[in-house]
Design a protein around this ligand. Structure first.
Ligand code: NOJ
Ligand code: NOJ
Length: 450
């Protein structure tokens, strides 16, 4: 630990250098895309593991992330499913491993068990359980895989219907039954009811309903649950704060008085393809939350006032965070949190391009940071909206530049980067960091993951 900080201090002056002009953003993105894809593949099926094991990171010590988390693996497999270059065998391995996991005995004795060992058995130590976002993310990814295979004329259609679909139904049935019960959040720290968890549950159910449209399966239970979850989600909006509160009904765990959390944005990005305006990236309440969260990190991390203006704000999980990637001390910015800003901005732009935008008392602060603009409606053809979009694009790219600057020169991305001097911290080559970069760059290319 000591040597790490000594090194950081020695290299600290580097952060004053302007962003390197040696390689422009687009070039870096295409290079990083390759590196991130390859790093994800390296973290899947590493030697000595059961096939379909997605390591959260190859780091086995300080911190030990050599497990398959249901959440991380589902979110990573979701990104892989959206990439043409992904080999179907890999997805098949993921599905097989996860179907076994659904039938493995776990300490929570439920589908919300958070993490599994390299041989596929469940982790039995003390941990925050259940984490009920996991089955929802898995169902979303399984549905995406099923659709990819059906669309591509996959040879074994009966297998999809007889094996994969029942696994999807297990997760959806579970969600319909437990959604209102307290569970641990995606950061594994707070037992309560969470905006993020409810949002991914709602998407899983709605995607399931769509999937079963052509069959005569009865989806009434899913319809009712998704409706009730939607009603509950609306109650997370705080008029007093003018942003979405991440958690309600806290039973125990970390205290987070602000209620601000980047998981709110992660949820918006994951559900964006529902396209229903319900807490989507471009919706008023989401934009209000986006700006409030950014403004909470700006003064919090010293690096934000020290780095070049060409970079975007360094973003962490939530302002009260004290997890430093190894232990608890002070929280740091995270790559996946910073990438979430690029992704959200681009997904918001895609909504405005279709529907135009209304600047109002809820989202005003967001737009004012982008440019001087009066309240009112701006159509997609209006010069004002075009200007807003141009400036938002620029702001979105700045977050990518932040990532480019703080990652290692070889394209490596850990979990976090230091709040004082920007050096990487926490689990090395976190699989999710690389997947988050890929979704952000895909959003820039106007590709929406379903
Ligand atoms: C590991 C968890 O995954 C992380 O979210 C948490 O902050 C740390 N443990 C510290 O408790
Ligand atoms: C800690 C994070 O808080 C959690 O979200 C994640 O699942 C694990 N690390 C593994 O990456």
């Amino acid at each position: 630990m000591f040597t790490r900080y000594l090194l950081l201090l020695l290299f600290a002056p580097l952060i004053y250098y302007p962003v390197q002009g040696d390689i422009d953003l687009d070039q870096w993105i295409s290079k990083q895309h390759k590196t991130s894809f390859e790093t994800i593949l390296d973290n899947i099926n590493p030697p000595g593991t059961k096939r379909g094991f997605f390591a959260a990171s190859l780091s086995t010590h300080q911190p030990d992330y050599f497990y398959t988390w249901t959440r991380d693996s589902a979110l990573v497999a979701r990104v892989l499913t959206s990439l043409q270059e992904t080999n179907d065998t890999l997805l098949h391995d993921y599905v097989d491993f996860q179907m076994d996991v659904q039938n493995t005995s776990t300490r929570c004795n439920c589908l919300g068990e958070p993490k599994f060992n390299k041989d596929g058995s469940s982790f039995k130590g003390t941990w925050g359980r259940p984490q009920n976002d996991g089955p929802a993310e898995r169902a979303i990814t399984f549905l995406l895989i099923a659709n990819r295979w059906l669309d591509n004329g996959y040879k074994d259609t009966p297998w999809i219907h007889d094996t994969l679909v029942p696994a999807i139904i297990r997760d959806l049935n579970y969600i319909s039954k437990v959604w209102y019960q307290p569970s641990f959040d995606l950061w594994e720290e707070v037992l309560g009811t969470h905006f993020f968890t409810l949002m991914v549950m709602r998407k899983a159910l709605l995607d399931g309903i769509d999937f079963f449209k052509l069959s005569n399966r009865n989806v009434e239970e899913y319809k009712l649950a998704s409706h009730l979850i939607g009603k509950r989600i609306e109650t997370f909006w705080s008029e007093q704060h003018n942003y979405i509160m991440a958690t309600q009904n806290v039973q125990n765990g970390v205290q987070k008085p602000s209620g601000l959390d980047v998981s709110t944005l992660l949820a918006a990005n994951i559900i964006a393809s529902r396209n229903d305006g319900f807490f989507t990236p471009g919706s008023d309440k989401m934009l209000a939350t986006v700006v409030a969260l950014e403004e909470s990190f700006e003064p919090l991390y010293p690096i934000n006032s020290q780095q070049s203006d060409a970079l975007g704000t360094c973003i962490g999980r939530y302002p009260e965070d004290i997890y430093d990637g190894y232990d608890t001390s002070v929280g740091n910015p995270w790559f996946l949190a910073t990438a979430a800003y690029t992704e959200l901005y681009y997904l918001a732009i895609a909504e405005w391009e279709k529907l135009g935008v209304s600047v109002n008392s809820i989202n005003r602060r967001f737009f004012q940071r982008i440019m001087q603009v009066d309240d009112g409606y701006y159509s997609p053809e209006s010069a004002t909206l075009k200007e807003i979009i141009k400036k938002t694009t620029h702001a979105a790219d700045k977050f990518l530049k932040t990532i480019q600057f703080h990652q290692a020169r070889n394209g490596s991305m850990s979990e976090q980067y230091d709040r004082y001097i920007g050096f990487m911290a926490g689990a090395r080559d976190l699989t999710w960091s690389h997947a988050a970069f890929i979704t952000a760059s895909k959003a820039k290319d106007s590709h929406l993951i379903q």
